[in-house]
Design a protein around this ligand. Structure first.
Ligand code: ADP
Ligand code: ZN
Ligand code: MG
Length: 481
């Protein structure tokens, strides 16, 4: 479809993702070398993953199990029989001259995650890593690169979506759901910076309302969701400008530089026939048995999308709170334990304390690994809820519980944090009003913000044992505001 130059046409972005996930298996895809996490280069290799002549690959059953879990988590159809193929190309990080991958019969097809259809899920092996040496690594005066074969042969699952995404934000949000889902499955570290989760984005634009797909480009290896979003936004703008000027989009692979915000061509797009795919003669077909599929199905936990939905439906949590608890499953697990432990604790208050206060104190860690127990956490939130301690005091108690553990009731007693009783508070407020005559004068002159000075004085006098909102109310009442 084309539009006359100058005519104002609305363009709709169309995005599909290709995702590579390094599996957290004990050993590599086709040999028994352990996976590598930054060891000395070339210490985790053997004749198979170095591609030495005559070495024979043996598929890793744990990798097949993980790949089945992923495919089943998306509700994919499982191929009754899949052939590994050789995907041939030359690159220094590929010692065999080919990568073993699944081609026409991927392990899984026709799945779904959230609103996005999953086209295929297949198993393959990772390439090794090129390390570009500094000037000290020069050979015959030229800049040298070395190959670290430790990564070569790491099991990978490739996930290809249908072109169902319509904006950079939606693509990033889908990426986060995918990451949370794979983390929950426990099949990968899914760390974008370290490369255990790698996302390539295919993007085209088309006149709004059209059902045809435009020519796409591919953005390689975005290493954070923010860059994915920014790279896509920049590329969509570039394509819109081209089409608006009546120029075609060239199908190619692009690299987004997050520092300059620019896109540079990496190479023109290769076609499947460039790879001369043919069946791997050293491997028998991969035939998942009923038993293997049943075992993978049994290993599936409740997934983040379902869990977020359940938290909203059954507990009445706000959507973003439910999502946070479901996406950070350690927080969600701890929340559920505390909910079960603390009879009568309000689910919404507990959830808010979990995603705000607890999350801030454990960072990326697991609260279950801290000295805080789920029971103590539930009791603490109950104390605040019952207004026996103020929210501010509750936060101090939580600091202690996370650092050294203990019983919240005892800590409250020890620190004298029990909320000031109302008659005690009454006289403290009266005194604060007496002692802050200038603030009272300002208030009378119309500067109502000066109430803060009196509230502050009360909070100091009670050493935080009073409820801020209640103090506000009392002060205003007494001053007739
Ligand atoms: P290729 O053969 O170029 O690799 P595929 O058909 O295998 O293309 O699709 C690769 C990825 O690109 C998939 O995620 C798919 O959803 C997406 N995709 C395909 N066509 C388009 C398009 N015109 N615009 C945006 N994304 C697309
Ligand atoms: Zn090996
Ligand atoms: Mg393809």
């Amino acid at each position: 479809m084309s539009a006359a130059v100058g005519e104002r046409v609305e363009f709709e972005p169309v995005i599909g993702l290709e995702i590579h996930v390094q599996l957290a298996t004990r050993t590599k895809m086709f040999c028994s070398c352990p996976l590598s996490f930054g060891e000395e280069p070339n210490t985790r290799t053997c004749p198979v993953c170095l591609g030495l002549p005559g070495a024979l690959p043996v598929p890793n059953s744990e990798a097949v199990h993980f790949a089945l879990m992923i495919a089943l988590a998306f509700g994919c159809e499982i191929a009754p029989r899949g052939l590994f193929h050789r995907k041939n190309y030359f690159y220094p990080d590929l010692p065999k001259g080919y990568q073993i991958s699944q081609y026409d019969e991927p392990l899984g097809r026709n799945g779904r995650l959230g609103d996005v259809r999953i086209h295929r899920v297949h198993l393959e092996e990772d390439a090794a890593k090129l390390v570009h040496a500094s000037s000290s690594g020069r050979i015959h005066g030229a800049e040298a690169s070395i190959v670290d074969f430790n990564r070569g042969g790491t099991p990978l699952v490739e996930i290809v979506t249908e072109p169902d995404l319509r904006s950079p934000e939606q693509a990033a949000e889908f990426g986060r759901l995918l990451q949370a889902t794979l983390r929950r499955l426990g099949v990968s570290d899914v760390n974008m910076e370290e490369g255990s989760l790698r996302i390539d984005a295919n993007v085209s634009v088309r006149p709004a309302g059209s059902s045809e797909l435009g020519t796409k480009t591919e953005l390689k290896n975005m290493n954070s969701f923010r860059f994915l979003e920014r790279g896509l936004a920049a590329e969509i703008e570039r394509q819109r400008a081209l089409l608006s000027a009546g120029e075609p989009v060239v199908q190619e692979t692009l690299h987004f530089d997050p520092r300059s915000g620019t896109l540079a061509p990496l190479r023109s797009k290769e076609e499947a026939h460039d790879y001369r795919y043919f069946p791997e003669p050293d491997l028998v077909p991969l035939v998942p048995t009923e038993d293997m599929i049943a075992r993978a199905r049994q290993a599936l936990p409740e997934l983040p999308a379902e869990r977020a939905e359940r938290f909203q439906r059954e507990l009445g949590l706000a959507a973003d709170t439910a999502r946070l608890l479901a996406f950070r499953f350690e927080l969600g697990d701890f929340f559920e334990l505390a909910l079960a432990a603390g009879d009568g604790v309000d689910a919404r208050a507990l959830a808010n304390w979990t995603v705000n206060e607890l999350a801030a104190r454990v960072g990326d860690g697991d609260p279950a690994a801290s000295p805080l127990t789920a029971e103590a956490f539930a009791q603490l939130v109950s104390l605040v809820q019952q207004r026996r301690i103020s929210a501010a005091a509750g936060k101090d108690v939580l600091d202690r519980l996370v650092a050294t553990g203990g019983d919240p009731h005892k800590i409250v007693e020890e620190l004298g944090l029990e909320m000031a009783a109302s008659d005690e508070l009454d006289s403290i407020v009266d005194e604060a009003i007496r002692e802050n005559a200038d603030a009272v004068a300002k208030i009378r002159a119309g500067k109502v913000q000066a109430v803060g000075a009196i509230v502050g004085a009360v909070m100091r006098a009670t050493r935080g044992r009073a409820d801020g909102a209640e103090v506000q109310r009392l002060v205003r009442e007494k001053l007739g505001l």
